[in-house]
Design a protein around this ligand. Structure first.
Ligand code: DAH
Length: 376
């Protein structure tokens, strides 16, 4: 204020009575109101408060010093009262403004934080269970319901468990079609693990070694399935992989017959492939079962009428199985006169393929999400 009346003593302003005092204070109040009107921000508020209520040089201090203190006795009361009123007005108005500024700031921050529920959400891709894993779980469930337990075994095996104890001696022709990965021994390294009898370990070519490992540890009744990876030296193509998956099955007790075997097989196939599917047991050969069979099912694609998949035969090969060969019991001190049982070896890729009509094995290992998503 260039011509600020509060900078001058009361006497110089020509105020002689209470009405003059009232007018003077009304002008000052108007001045405050107009300043309050234009100064709206939080910073402005600080400035305004300093300008009006500041102890050293605020307007009210100036009025006290210039008007109240030197006022003639007859006006002192009027000036004092007016000053008090002005002060109360300024304080109240500033407080109201402070609350408004605070409320506006709160509102602004609420606006910033507000979620817009109409915006499209973030869609995250959900993983799916791999088709092979689904087959594992389905088969495990079926056999668990029949009282089997699920056990796991080592992928690195000794020739003894993988071959000898399964009635596959060295030079047996059955070793030929199980092209085996053998571990190499670094020069100067200690002989291979306990039980390997100095022979190199191998990657198991089937899950059957767990038949022997289980019977070694456990007395009958035995009812187990063994899901797991197996390895063979094959070149990968649509029907071969050097790693694939099997589920071994073994049931041994005092009174298990071929009928129990056939019934279990039929039950499993129907549970897995559906109630319409028929099974047949076709004579086959495995060194560790006698008799041995291949389990066939009526073709899941044509219902048995004949199609490309079943090569017009109406039947498809599912898996190998048989009654445990008494020679195997000899390796685990089971009494073959007292005990009997059956075993089977399910190919997980094969069974999965029949279910989903996937004709290239490699699709299972490439983890292409376009393939995997179809099994959600
Ligand atoms: N181990 C056999 C293989 O990998 C499959 C097999 C056949 C397992 C007959 C069995 C069986 O338990 O009884 O080719």
């Amino acid at each position: 204020m260039t011509n600020d009346p509060t900078a001058k003593p009361l006497a110089e302003l020509g105020v002689a009575d209470a009405q003059g005092v009232a007018r003077l204070f009304a002008d000052v109040k108007n001045q405050f109101t107009s300043e309050l009107d234009v100064k709206q921000s939080a910073n402005d508020w600080e400035e305004l408060r300093g300008a009006w209520l500041g102890r050293k040089s605020g307007v009210l201090t100036r009025i006290t010093d210039n008007w109240l203190k030197p006022s003639p006795p007859e006006l002192k009361r009027a000036v004092g009262q007016a000053l008090n009123e002005l002060k109360a007005h300024v304080e109240a108005a500033l407080e109201t403004r402070r609350l408004a500024i605070e409320a506006a700031a709160d509102q602004a921050s609420l606006e910033r934080e507000r979620e817009d529920l109409s915006l499209p959400g973030v869609i995250r891709a959900l993983g799916t269970r791999h088709p092979l894993r689904q087959t594992f779980e389905e088969i495990e469930k079926i056999f668990l319901s029949l009282g089997y337990s699920v056990v796991a075994g080592p992928e690195m095996e000794t020739p003894y468990y993988n071959f000898e104890a399964l009635n596959i001696p060295e030079h047996h022709p059955a070793r030929d079609n199980m092209d085996t990965f053998y571990m190499s021994t670094p020069p100067g390294a200690a002989p291979f693990a306990e039980g390997a009898q100095g022979k190199p370990l191998l990657l198991r070519t089937h899950t059957s070694p767990m038949q022997v490992r289980t019977m070694e540890k456990q007395q009958p009744p035995v009812r187990i399935i063994v899901p797991g990876k197996v390895y063979r030296r094959d070149n990968p193509d649509a029907t071969h992989g050097f790693i694939f998956h099997q589920i071994e099955g073994l049931a041994v007790d005092t009174d298990i017959t071929f009928c129990d075997f056939a019934g279990t097989v039929e039950y499993f196939v129907r549970e897995f492939l559906g109630p319409k599917v028929k099974t047949r047991l076709r004579p086959s050969y495995f060194p560790f079962t006698e008799p041995s069979v291949e389990v066939d099912a009526t073709c899941v694609f044509c219902g048995g009428k004949g199609c490309n998949v079943c090569k017009q035969s109406g039947w498809i090969e599912l898996f190998g199985a048989g009654m445990v060969d008494p020679a195997v019991y000899g390796f685990v001190n089971y009494d073959p006169k007292r005990l009997s049982g059956f075993a089977f070896g399910l190919g997980v890729e094969r069974l999965t393929q029949l279910k989903y009509n996937v004709n290239d094995l490699q699709l299972y290992y490439q983890n292409d999400v376009r393939f995997l998503r179809q099994f959600a």
